[in-house]
Design a protein around this ligand. Structure first.
Ligand code: A2R
Length: 316
């Protein structure tokens, strides 16, 4: 049986990737920390092997790699939330950059032969000029948040460790992805939870929103994790691939769609605290490089993703 190690298995994407790998009959190991919230993986807790490891601790990474010796490593663990990166830039850089070095060094010193996915983000592109859309992998990287900077560094470490040491690394740059289990701070999930809470009578019938004008290229997380798997099956080591649907939706569309599904009338209020210091206006990717290499394409329509997210919050 092939073995996969997911760093950050308790997270939103990690939990969906674990679901996907179990269906592929892969033995799944995942890192957790002693205070990790495990609600995303409760349903599979008897099917996966959880190992304690903080990526900021190089010793624990080496021990983990020695013990598991995986065939695949999906490096997802990160401080993943852009707004937090302004409030906690040091923690973000330490987790996302030093943490990635620790994972890569552990692979190098243990001579682990695993294929490794380094999980990057469209936030690496940051400032994008109108004539640069849809964004290709060759676009300049002009990150606009500490999170974006941290992901550029992690991505380039992946390139460097492949070139310097021959590690079998594939880098992915995921555009927005969402779905059930997405954390409450993220926009689609946040709106969906507010609607569900209002329906349950847990809050007054007012939804608080930030910038509704930005446009994002959304993919369902369940399609995204298939892409991550394919990146290690068919991707070229050392290469970087955008992963996205190539379709954009205004945040206002998400709001209106959710309001149309709500079981109660809801008033909309703009909350200045929800506006980011520097928001990227449009993020639309070009996924042709990945599609041609792997044959991947998204399957789940975005409407379905948003409805499933609303149902998730309704049933929690
Ligand atoms: O915070 P925890 O203990 O629940 O674990 C989170 C884990 N994580 C860490 N694991 C080990 N050592 C650390 N120092 C550390 N810091 C965080 O990363 C959790 O399991 C995971 C992050 O989950 P989410 O915040 O739900 O992120 P998501 O959406 O699953 O993002 C996955 C990847 C990240 O690299 C993002 O930057 C990228 O996709 O977009």
């Amino acid at each position: 049986m092939e073995r996969a190690l997911i760093t950050g298995i308790s997270g939103f994407v990690g939990s969906h990737l674990a679901d996907f790998l179990l269906k592929k009959n892969v033995e799944v190991y995942g890192t957790i920390r002693w205070r990790s919230q495990l609600q995303n993986i409760l349903h599979i807790k008897d099917k996966v092997i959880l190992v304690e490891g903080d990526i900021r601790d190089s010793f624990s990474m080496i021990k983990l790699l020695k013990d598991i010796n995986p065939d695949y490593i999906f490096h997802l663990a990160a401080q993943s939330f852009v707004p937090t990166s302004w409030k906690a830039p040091q923690e973000t850089l330490e987790t996302n950059i030093v943490g990635t070095v620790n994972v890569l060094e552990a692979i190098r010193v243990t001579e682990c032969q695993a294929r490794i996915q380094i999980c990057g983000s469209s936030e690496e592109y940051g400032l994008v000029h109108p004539n640069e859309v849809p964004i290709k992998e060759s676009n300049p990287l002009r990150p606009m948040s500490p999170y974006g900077v941290s992901k550029v560094a992690s991505d380039l470490l992946g390139f460097q460790y492949h070139r310097s040491y021959g590690l079998k690394i594939v880098r992915t740059r995921a555009f927005n992805h969402t779905g059930p289990r997405r954390g409450e701070p993220f926009v689609v999930s946040n709106f969906a939870k507010q609607v569900a809470d209002i329906e349950k009578g847990l809050r007054p019938p007012v939804i608080h929103v930030g910038n509704l004008e930005s446009k994002r290229d959304f993919t369902d997380v369940r399609d995204m994790v298939e892409a991550y798997w394919l990146s290690l099956q068919k991707g070229e080591f050392g290469e970087v691939y955008n992963i996205c649907s190539e379709k954009t939706w205004k945040i206002k569309w998400v709001l209106d769609f959710l309001l149309s599904k709500a079981k109660k009338p809801i008033e909309v209020k703009t909350d200045p605290a929800r506006l980011r210091p520097s928001d990227v206006e449009i993020l639309q990717g070009d996924c042709s490089k990945f599609r041609e290499q792997t044959g991947w394409t998204y399957r789940i329509p975005f409407e379905q993703t948003v409805e499933d997210t609303l149902d998730y919050w309704r049933n929690i």
